[in-house]
Design a protein around this ligand. Sequence first.
Ligand code: GCO
Ligand code: MG
Length: 403
Amino acid sequence: MKIVDARVIVTCPGRNLVTLKIETDEGIYGIGDATLNGRELAVVAYLEEHVAPALIGRDPSNIEDIWQFFYRGAYWRRGPVTMSAIGAVDMALWDIMGKAAGMPLYKLLGGKSRDRVMVYGHATGHDIEGCLEEVARHVEQGYRAVRVQCGIPGIASTYGVAKKAGERYEPADSSLPSENVWSTSKYLNHVPKLFQAVRERFGDDLHVLHDVHHRLTPIEAARLGKEVEPYHLFWLEDCVPAENQSAFRMIRQHTTTPLAVGEVFNSIHDCRELIESQSIDYIRATLTHAGGITHVRRIAALAELYHVRTGFHGPTDLSPVCMGAALHFDTWVPNFGIQEHMPHSEEIEAVFPHAYRFEDGHFTPGEAPGHGVDIDEELAGKYPYRRASLPVNRLEDGTLWHW
Ligand SMILES: O=C(O)[C@H](O)[C@@H](O)[C@H](O)[C@H](O)CO
Ligand SMILES: [Mg+2]
C-alpha cells in the first residue's frame, strides 16, 4: 500500500477545525485532527509545506518510521505546531491500518481494558447557584463526573464559564485576543465555597473536577489544594503554569488533592519530571497536540510506572476525529483515568459522522474499523475559516498574567 495524496481540510462549523486526510493507492483513506486552537493556520502551513509532500509514496503501515521521520528528522523538534501536525499524520495512519485490518483501533492497540469510558462534563455558572443547576442537568444525563467552574464576585468575566446557562463556552471568543481581568485573591476566597455547595447538594459520590487554567503561584495552589481537601475533588487541573515542572513538588508537599496537568504539553519531555517525581496524578496531553497515538502511548507507559493515569483533554476545540481516536485509546490503555467531554455542536457532529456513542455518563468507541470518525467534505466546505483567538488575562493593576 502506498500514500498517494495528503491534504488539509479547514472548516468552521461554529469554530475552526483542521483535518488531515491521507489517501492510499488501495482506496483506503485515514483522517487525523490537526486543530490547534487559535493557531490553526500555523499547523495548516506546516502540514501543507513540510509534511504532506514528504508523505507521498510512503507505506502507511510504517507508522513508527514515519513518526520518527517527522520528529527526529524535523531538526526543530517539539512544540505545539510541529506535534499537532505529527499527531494528525499519526492518527490518520492508525485509522488507515485499522481499516486495512478490518479492526477498530482499540483492538489494534491491544484490545479492551474496559467496556466503556467514563467521561466528565462541564457545569458552569455565573454564580454558584447557576453552576449547581448545570451540575444537576449533567447528573440527570447520567454523568458520574462533572467539572465545575463559576463566576467570581468582583471579576467581570471568568474564563471557562459559558456566556448563557446550558451553553458551551467557546475559548477562542474573538478574532484578536480579548482581555480578561483576573484577581487571584477574589478567586481563592470564593471558589472553595463552590465545592462546599456542590457536596452539600449532590453528596460525596459525584466526581467533582476543577480547572484553574494555570493562574496560581505554587504556594497559592498549595493553599487551594489544602482548603478543598474536605471536598475530595477528583482533580485540580492546571493549577500553575507547568514549564517549571519542579514547582509541583511544592504543591505536592502541602496537599493530597489530586493534580492534573498537561493539555498544553506536546511531548513526553514536558511531563517526564512531573511523572517520575510523582508530582501529578493525571496526565492530560491528548493525541492531536502530543504527536498522536505513537507518542502518547509512550507517555501513558511512563505514567503507568508511577501510578499516574490518563485524563485526556477533550474540549470542543478538538474535533470529533480526536475524540474518536481518544476513545479507542481510552478503551485500551491500562492506566486510564477519565476522558473530558464537551459536546460538539450539531453542525460539527454533521460534518464529522462518528461511531462513538454517549450513554449513561460513559462513551463507547464503536466497532467500525479504524477510529470510526469520518468527514463530510462537501458539508465542511460550506464553513469557511474565520480567525479566532484565545483571550489574554490581566491582573487588576494591568499586569499581563498567566493565561
Ligand atoms: O480543560 C479544558 O477543556 C481546557 O482548559 C479548555 O478550557 C481550554 O482552555 C481550551 O481547550 C483551550 O483551547
Ligand atoms: Mg483545562
